[in-house]
Write a protein that binds this ligand. Structure first.
Ligand code: PLP
Length: 224
């Protein structure tokens, strides 16, 4: 079956890149992105051994959760989230990868029953089409989140432009890692910021080489 052989290929790519970067496999989590994929496809990934799953729309998340009730699954919300939809999902996810504005943090704080592990999305490339806080505003942005006890900043997330060259990809991912370390050095209790969510099907090897702790892979699991 295609999904299984894709899983094997991705697994060995991940291993090779971790080894090349002198990194330990426990430092990396692979989020399987199942947006717009069927229950059967997600089931194949679960049976292969995947436990981190990502969705980018509330409807998709709820649909999958109605079928998969296994308590060992970690649910990631990876898409941009409208403030009015926060209440639908915020107590049903383990990680939010797309915190990009204060109004969203405020709504999460209000609706969440316990602290939510959030990544602040950073627009490292400066593309105008991309969501995310700009690197120059990042420190100030995170500083103002201290008043929201239910918003725990565990790390930073970015998406690289599709057309980026190898060299540019290394640059963008390194930049996110540097920003993450700079925030972590502040020792803000509400923002340990120890993680980086970066790397997708087309560019995850570079992200692993630059220190990603979460990669988010969708299409590579399903391609023929
Ligand atoms: C869809 C998506 C991914 C996965 O992308 P692929 O290229 O299919 O691996 C990762 N992150 C986010 C935010 C996405 O929306």
């Amino acid at each position: 079956m295609t999904i299984i052989s894709n899983c094997q290929k991705i697994e060995s790519q991940i291993k090779d890149n971790l080894t090349a970067a002198n990194r330990n496999s426990e430092e990396l989590n692979c989020v399987a992105v199942t947006k717009q994929r069927t229950i059967e496809e997600m089931d194949a990934l679960y049976r292969y051994g995947h436990r981190h799953f990502g969705e980018n729309r509330p409807e998709g998340l709820l649909e999958k959760q109605a079928v998969f009730s296994q308590s060992d699954i970690k649910w990631h919300y990876i898409g941009s989230l409208q403030t009015r939809k926060v209440k639908q999902i915020i107590n049903k996810i383990d990680y939010l990868h797309s915190l990009d504005r204060e109004s969203l943090a405020k709504e999460i704080d209000k609706r969440a029953e316990k602290p939510v592990a959030c990544f602040v999305q950073v627009n490292v490339s400066g593309e105008t089409s991309k969501h995310g806080v700009s690197p120059s505003d990042l420190e100030k942005f995170i500083e103002q989140l201290s008043v929201y006890p239910n918003v725990l900043i565990i790390g930073l997330m970015t998406m690289a432009p599709i057309e980026a060259t190898e060299g540019e990809l290394h640059g963008y991912f390194k930049k996110l890692k540097d920003l993450q370390e700079k925030i972590a050095e502040k020792r803000w209790a509400y923002a340990p910021c120890t993680e980086t969510s970066m790397g997708m099907s087309g560019d995850y090897p570079y992200a692993i080489q630059e220190g990603a702790t979460f990669i988010r892979i969708g299409s590579a699991f399903f391609s023929e």
